[in-house]
Write a protein that binds this ligand. Sequence first.
Ligand code: NAI
Length: 258
Amino acid sequence: GRTAVVTGAAAGIGGGVADLLVELGATVVGLDRDAAALDAAVARHAGAPGRLVPMTVDVADPAALDDAARRVRDEHGGLDAVVCAAGVQRYGTVDETDPATYAEVMGVNVGGAFHTCRTMIPLVRANGGGAVVVVSSAQAYATQRGVAAYTASKTALLGLARAMAVDHAADGIRVNSVSPGSVDTPMLRWAAGLFAGDRPADEVVAEWGRAHALGRVATPREVAEVVEFLLGDRASFVTGADVKVDGGLSARLAAALP
Ligand code: NAI
């Protein structure tokens, strides 16, 4: 079976990717800073065709990723796939965002993907090739008010994926990104809670769903299916691409128009 590294594997989109790959028989090295949630994910996969190997790592820490890559090499040899899904969302206009928050968003979202790839791509190369998928966001294309640092980080990821696609094609490594619309994850629930006021968070999630042409938010599985396609041989001529998995969010001129 395949061996993959997935960051943010304990929950949300990364969790959905890990679940799908394990169901398909892969060995998934799941990197996440939430050790308890990782353990719960491992328990969920008891009896599955593949397995989830938990590694508690903060992807914002480059040295921790050097250690993780050494462990992956020693315990698993090469890698077929890398998926960078760990990320954080913070709100604020540029002048509302303090330097620590900016550093956190860029450090996790961009630095996390950069250093995951810096340390793991050599293991994919040693394997004779493979594929990388980076999780960007629909907010890399169009954004709302008050998401300055997050929008900057997600747009940077599109450039990083393209640069790696060009740099590593000769190593037999394809690199693509996905840009999801709203996905029902712990992050989305947390954000809905922030904006809910007196309303139930479910109502806010449903309202955000109606901004998408499909009229609802996605499940993590629906993003995972596209990631899995991009990782596999059926996508053998796809590199340097971004796939919008946004239910038509970015296709609409404005969510408020009929
Ligand atoms: P989530 O918060 O539900 O799950 C993220 C996982 O990553 C958690 O298990 C968390 O512990 C882990 N994580 C966070 N920071 C980490 C760090 N520094 N080191 C290691 N692990 C860390 O988030 P969700 O919604 O699954 O998002 C995943 C990715 O998808 C993020 O990059 C996010 O920006 C992106 N995205 C999410 C959308 C959504 O609507 N949920 C929409 C578009 C993009």
